[in-house]
Design a protein around this ligand. Structure first.
Ligand code: HQG
Length: 184
């Protein structure tokens, strides 16, 4: 039976195979990160994590951050962002608001001030439209600090911004001069 715990485990495992290691269960992602839903269900089954189509649907629908999306015909599924595998999500560049926010751990600050925000293992630097979301992202790594980013100014100077299917703002990197400081 599906429980909050089993749903969370499935969500975490989906993040793993849809963003980072599809090969773990022999899953194929296309160039835009889509997996065939029938194939995913079959592979999960083969690897001792079998779930029904309805459970998968519920976990995608109720995911706290809307991490996953089905294609309009419901035949395919992908993660909305956060990948480390080489795929092209195909988001169109968009104009960001004047300010976006990035939550990080206090211990990263000196390096960020020196080098700017780097995408590390992911495809992009992730930015939030509001301070509260950014703070909760930063909390994952330690005492959180929220940095305000001059996003519109970056955009106007030619840095493309994208918004993922779940509202996270993405950009390639944020040079130090666009980091305005801690937003409390
Ligand atoms: C830091 C979660 C030192 C950066 C969240 C961050 C988000 C630097 C860490 C999404 C640095 C990378 C992404 C530099 C960046 N020196 N540290 N120059 N530049 N950093 O997890 O933004 O639950 O890859 O501040 O909610 O924390 O997975 O990125 O602390 O939306 O759906 O390097 O992941 O979503 O960490 O989080 P991450 P993130 P999910």
């Amino acid at each position: 039976m599906a429980t909050p715990d089993s749903d969370r485990r499935l969500s975490k495992f989906l993040s793993l195979v849809l963003r980072h290691q599809p090969q773990l269960i022999g899953l194929r992602l296309d160039d835009a990160g889509w997996a065939d839903v029938a194939e995913l269900l079959e592979r999960l089954q083969q690897h001792g994590r079998g779930v029904s189509r309805a459970t998968l649907q519920a976990v995608v629908d109720h995911n706290d951050k809307q991490r996953f999306a089905f294609s309009p015909d419901g035949q395919r599924i992908r993660a909305n962002q956060g990948h480390s595998v080489a795929i092209e999500l195909g988001y169109q560049p968009q104009m960001p608001p004047a300010l976006l926010y990035h939550g990080t751990a206090e211990r990263n600050l000196a390096s960020i001030r020196e080098h700017g925000l780097l995408r590390q293992k992911r495809h992009h630097v992730h930015l939030s439209a509001d301070v509260a979301t950014a703070r909760s992202v930063g909390q994952r790594y330690g005492r959180p600090v929220v940095l305000a980013i001059a996003a519109r100014q970056m955009h106007d100077l030619g840095h493309p911004f994208y918004q993922s299917g779940n509202g996270v703002w993405l950009t390639d990197s944020v040079p130090p001069q666009f980091i305005l400081g801690a937003a409390e």
